[in-house]
Design a protein around this ligand. Structure first.
Ligand code: CP3
Length: 352
């Protein structure tokens, strides 16, 4: 087991004292970095990059070479599980992810296979092992998956959508079919995340990008219930340390209290939520991660510092804050602004 040199990210997720506020950035390895674009071109396509453990490791480490970040996140995608179920994932330029074989009825849901994380998804586990080794204990490695509901939206729609017509159609027309799909996904996510933890992931995060499009009743039944199931099924200790679990529902600000009841360690906040208000509502139950508007990075360095300060003042004194953006970094931001942000967070967060 490699001793961690910088564990302030793990400590903050567990609301333990830290020397300064830790920061990582959603999509920190991505198209805003010229070196990412170069490696992606070398790989061929985005999926070729994900499926090559050495190149996936290379891009995971790129942002850490540039910036003083407190965590690395596995370079992969949430759609690896449905791809491994035989759905034929591909990315079409400018249109985002697509599936050749969407599932829209009970029969095709019943026929979905359960991939073995060390077989069909071995390339992900190999990437985790390679990155963990290459990090050499410098910072912790975050593993992740999509939430069952968010994976289901892509699987039923066959790609991105504006109105969620097909997936909500299935939900209302055939709730049994939807529950069967979500339960299958929850079981597969548990196996997948536990395999990432066994391979070296030291914290895990569940991205529920589309939970926020559900009504309150249906959020509980069709998204939260399955994230709850995952939290209960995860390995919570590895290498002698607790493995913190973070839940992030984009647009889920009204549900923080019930999300905190799942037994997770931290909640990710998008930028539409007031972090001071969020902290009052969840109290000492969970840590908070977030939540600067990603578009702030289009501003000047002075604006970036000022907005970072506002988020940190919003959180207030005490431990349990991991700084992040409220969603992924945009591809056209100036990479120099990320240095400004990371240094500002460490400066403002210094404990006396
Ligand atoms: O944060 C990180 O640096 C880790 C890598 C990561 C990626 N995707 C890399 C990626 C993570 C954690 C994800 C999660 C993911 N993937 C989510 C949940 C988080 C969120 O953004 O809400 C979702 C919904 C997806 C599905 C997906 N994959 C989308 C919508 C896209 C964008 C398509 C586009 O053309 O903009 C992807 C592709 C993707 N995943 C890219 C990256 C860096 C860009 C692909 C490229 O290089 O062209």
């Amino acid at each position: 087991m490699i001793e961690l040199k910088n564990d302030r990210f793990l400590r903050a997720l567990l609301r333990q004292p830290v020397d300064t506020t830790p920061i990582w950035i959603m999509r920190q390895a991505g198209r805003y970095l010229p070196e990412y674009k170069a490696t992606r071109a070398k790989a061929g396509s985005f999926m070729d990059l994900c499926e090559n453990p050495d190149l996936a490791c290379e891009v995971t480490l790129q942002p850490l070479k540039r910036y003083d970040l407190d965590a690395a996140i596995l370079f992969s995608d949430i759609l690896t599980i449905p791809d491994a179920m035989g759905m034929g994932l591909y990315f079409s330029e400018g249109e985002g992810p697509k599936f050749k074989n969407p599932v829209r009825d009970l029969a095709s849901i019943r026929n979905l296979p359960d991939p073995d994380p060390e077989q069909e998804l071995r390339y992900v586990m190999d990437a985790v092992r390679t990155i963990h080794r290459e990090l050499g204990g410098s910072v912790p490695l975050i593993g992740f998956s999509g939430s069952p509901w968010t994976l289901a939206t892509y699987m039923v729609e066959g790609g991105t959508t504006k109105d969620f017509g097909k997936v909500k159609g299935l939900l209302f027309e055939s709730p049994e079919a939807m529950h069967l799909l979500l339960d299958k996904l929850a079981n597969n996510v548990i196996k997948y995340l536990n395999a990432q933890i066994a391979a070296g992931a030291q914290a895990v995060m569940i991205f529920d990008t589309w939970g926020g499009v559900l009504s309150p009743e249906n959020y509980k039944l069709f998204s939260l219930a399955y994230m709850q199931k995952i939290v209960s099924g995860l390995t919570r200790e590895a290498g002698g340390r607790r493995v913190p679990v973070t839940l992030f529902t984009k647009g889920g600000g009204q549900w923080l209290e019930i999300m905190a009841e799942t037994g997770c360690d931290a909640l990710g906040l998008d930028w539409t939520q007031d972090i001071a208000d969020a902290r009052k509502r969840v109290g000492n139950k969970v840590a908070l991660q977030g939540n600067m508007d990603p578009s702030v990075l289009y501003g000047s360095p002075e604006v970036v510092r000022e907005e970072a300060r506002k988020v940190m003042q919003g959180f207030g004194e005490g431990d349990g804050h991991v700084f992040n953006l409220g969603h992924g970094i945009h591809q056209h931001v100036n990479p120099d602004n990320v240095s400004v942000l990371v240094d500002a967070v460490h400066e403002f967060g210094k404990r006396n």
